[in-house]
Design a protein. Structure first.
Length: 761
């Protein structure tokens, strides 16, 4: 559903549990039909009881059998298990979602739209069996008038179409229409115009039909029809007939493109009503396969992005009929934004244009009381797995819809840069294929895993899998099976290195090795574990203040009946602890916790006096936090000049005390401050996005590296420091703020750990 958006604070009204899991069977068992699929589940997953096939789908890679799950006679609406086979019927993988993911007031939510039966009350165009399909042309705007004109965004939003300063102009496009009863109708095998009166749902108890009685539906009129084909070429901009033709053309061309990719998902024409809703909103009615567009200040049918976005909701519901729970709200909106963005980008690419390709709703988003475009390039958004991610809501200060659409669309752009026009079809195919065989309760990282799997299967000779993985990692969406932790990336060479290998929820047995670039190795062998902790004695090294690498290579297995998988990770550490030319400021200041109405927020100042240097590769920051859940926090550094950069965003860490250093030479996050004055007031902003966990800023510092604990810096950089000092003896000002206090936030990742001698776990 496309709406005028509001960003909401992360205030959880429900409890959200873990997501699904992917299994990759070790055997070559064959499933020929739904009975075989049921036997397979009952044999390999005996704890999953009372299963019943909900539906079966077919995709390029094979077949998918989606099962309902019950415990005794209790049907579990949020749970599912899906068996995937290849085209020969050999089981390739299994998606299972065996927990309720959305709990409200202690009860597992049940979505009525997934469980109820509905029907449409509408005046419809004639069926195609009543006449002949005729090819003709229509005049439309494509994708929208502003994009066609390459017009700049207005200084203030337009109230209605008449505010647009340009004159309407059109392009001619090919369509197929129905000739029936001496009239021409907007109907063919793919699309059908209707005038919606209402829709009804069947009461599961009484069996009777109950109307929705929506106050937002426009009163139905007779469906548009045309006396002659030439009437389709001379329509008036903004008239009802023009709106219906615009929506008809955009839906039809998107469905044709979908068929060209090898997907015929709709077994009946998509119904639509381009003047169906009175307000500035549009929707897709999943039970009746009907697209309803709003008329608002600017009719939604005038923007192809809105039309194709709404059609995309029908597409993902046809791929996954029980799309619901988990993170499916934001993912549905993100996919719809991607599908609309890909459509516009493809058209502009063919014209040699890149006008605002990272923006969705380039026309409609500038009408009303506020700008309501959506971004396909939100690099600030980060993944908070335990959040709910409902449609159109903000999590961690950024719109969840954009968190999902951004990595998809940026991968498309990179693919087009590498492979040209063919990348549109190939990346779109990966996105569509990857959704097949998921089900209720999926979270973003579940679909991420499927996307990478599908990219590797469909296009092994392309770089799509690595492009997707890189973009997902940027946002924290790629969930590694393990992660490594050390107490500090800048290691004290005089103490054993504390190393933790942590399983990301799902436990596996492992066997492998950690190998360092300074010649020490660590053999790793263990049964299932949550965390492995070991001490590693560092060898003497001449690389004081320099990076060294740790490469971790593991084979792991979740269960004996599943495949052995491989995991490789390369981390960088720095040999030695930075010593600053400024005194560390002891803060011991509480970080305000988030509330149901807004974020927790506080600022801290660090003053540097008398340093005439400009920030260079010796710029360094030190931070020590004590917090019950580091992933709640975003930490932003602001220079005296006003440059901002996030140091930590949604930083997963297993310990309550986090000590971190950043040095510009080794940490790109500090590069934006290059050549800025060192003197002045540096500011630290800490935002807490989630309720219930408390903490404090213990101490911090900003300065230049004087040396490392292992010795002097090995370069000849000279300083012009005179009377370097700070004025940080007193506590800094702070405060708390709601979501309106925050605006400019950017993200970062982090690297860690290394070096060791021959040891084994």
């Amino acid at each position: 559903m496309k709406q005028k958006l509001s960003l909401l604070a992360l205030a959880m009204a429900s409890a959200v549990s873990h997501a699904g899991e992917w299994d990759y069977p070790a055997g070559n068992e064959t499933v020929a039909d739904q009975a075989d699929a049921k036997t397979y589940v009952e044999t390999h997953y005996p704890a999953v009881s009372d299963i019943e096939l909900r539906y079966k789908t077919k995709s390029k890679l094979g077949y998918q059998y989606n099962f309902n799950i019950g415990l005794g006679s209790d049907y579990k609406a949020q749970r599912t298990i899906v068996v995937h086979t290849d085209n020969a019927g050999i089981v390739q993988r299994v998606f299972k979602s065996l927990e309720d993911t959305v709990i409200r007031n202690g009860v597992a939510e049940k979505l009525a739209e997934l469980e109820s039966i509905s029907r449409l009350k509408a005046v419809e165009s004639p069926d195609i069996s009543s006449g002949n399909i005729i090819s003709t042309q229509v005049n439309v705007v494509d994708p929208d008038l502003r994009t066609m004109d390459r017009a700049a965004a207005p200084a203030t939003t337009w109230k209605n179409v008449s505010d647009y300063p340009g004159q309407p102009r059109f392009v001619m496009r090919d369509i197929e229409v129905l000739n029936s009863g001496g009239k021409y109708h907007l109907s063919n095998a793919r699309v059908k115009l209707v005038e919606v009166e209402d829709y009804e749902t069947k009461n599961p108890v009484s069996g009777g039909w109950e109307p929705s009685n929506s106050n937002n539906f426009m009163p139905p009129e007779s469906v548009s029809e045309f006396d002659q084909l030439n009437d389709l070429k001379t329509l008036t901009f903004g008239s009802n007939n023009f709106l219906q033709v615009m929506a008809f053309y955009q839906i039809d061309q998107s469905l044709r493109y979908l068929k060209s990719l090898g997907y015929e998902l709709f077994n009946e024409p998509v119904r639509f009503d381009a003047t169906g809703i009175t307000n500035d909103n549009s929707t897709y009615l999943i039970g009746t396969n009907t697209l309803m567009l709003g008329t608002g200040s600017a009719p939604d049918a005038l923007d192809a992005d809105v039309v194709v976005h709404e059609l995309a909701h029908g597409i993902h519901h046809r791929i996954v009929e029980d799309w619901g729970y988990g993170h499916t709200g934001a993912m549905a909106e993100g996919f719809a934004d991607y599908w609309a963005g890909s459509d516009s980008y493809r058209k502009l690419y063919e014209q040699g244009s890149n006008f605002e390709i990272d923006t969705v709703f380039n026309w409609d988003g500038y009408f009303g009381t506020k700008v309501a475009t959506r971004s396909l390039w939100n690099q600030r958004a980060r993944y908070f797995e335990q959040s709910e991610y409902r449609a159109h809501e903000s999590v961690g200060g950024e719109l969840g819809d954009e968190l999902w659409s951004t990595p998809l669309f940026q991968t498309l752009k990179q693919g087009v840069e590498l492979y040209g026009k063919e990348a549109f079809k190939e990346v779109d195919t990966i996105v569509l294929e990857s959704m097949h065989g998921l089900g209720r309760g999926m979270k973003m990282h579940d679909l991420v895993e499927s996307i990478i799997y599908v990219a590797e299967k469909l296009y092994p000779g392309r770089d799509y899998a690595e492009l997707f993985k890189s973009n997902f990692k940027l946002h924290g969406l790629f969930k590694e099976p393990f992660h490594t932790e050390v107490n500090s990336r800048y290691v004290d060479e005089t103490k054993p290195l504390q190393v933790r290998l942590i399983a990301n929820e799902r436990q596996a047995s492992v066997k492998g090795r950690m190998q360092t670039s300074i010649g020490s190795n660590l053999d790793v062998t263990a049964g299932k574990f949550s965390t492995l902790e070991r001490e590693i004695v560092l060898p003497a090294s001449e690389s004081c203040g320099e990076t060294f690498l740790l490469t971790t290579s593991l084979d792991y297995q979740y269960d004996s009946q599943l495949q052995k998988l491989s995991w490789n990770k390369e981390d960088s550490l720095i040999y030695g602890v930075p010593k600053f030319d400024q005194n560390v400021k002891v803060q011991n200041s509480i970080i305000p916790d988030a509330t149901q109405s807004g974020f927790g927020f506080k600022t801290f100042n660090f003053i540097i006096n008398g340093d005439k240097n400009l920030a260079d590769d010796r710029l360094a920051v030190y931070l020590k936090l004590n917090h019950e859940n580091m992933a709640d926090l975003r930490v932003t550094l602001v220079s005296p000049k006003g440059t901002r950069k996030d140091l930590l965003t949604n930083r997963v860490y297993s310990k309550p005390i986090l000590t971190r250093y950043w040095v510009a030479k080794h940490d790109d996050v500090l590069k934006p401050f290059a050549d800025e004055p060192m003197s002045g007031t540096w500011r630290l902003e800490i935002t807490d996005y989630s309720t219930g966990k408390k903490g404090e800023l213990v101490e911090w510092a900003v300065g230049r590296i004087a040396k490392y604990s292992c010795g002097e810096i090995k370069d000849s950089t000279k300083t012009n420091t005179e009377n370097n000092s700070n004025n940080n003896s007193s506590s800094t000002g702070g405060g708390s703020g709601g979501s309106t206090s925050m605006g400019m936030l950017l993200g970062l990742g982090f690297l860690f750990w290394r070096r060791e001698r021959q040891l084994s776990i």
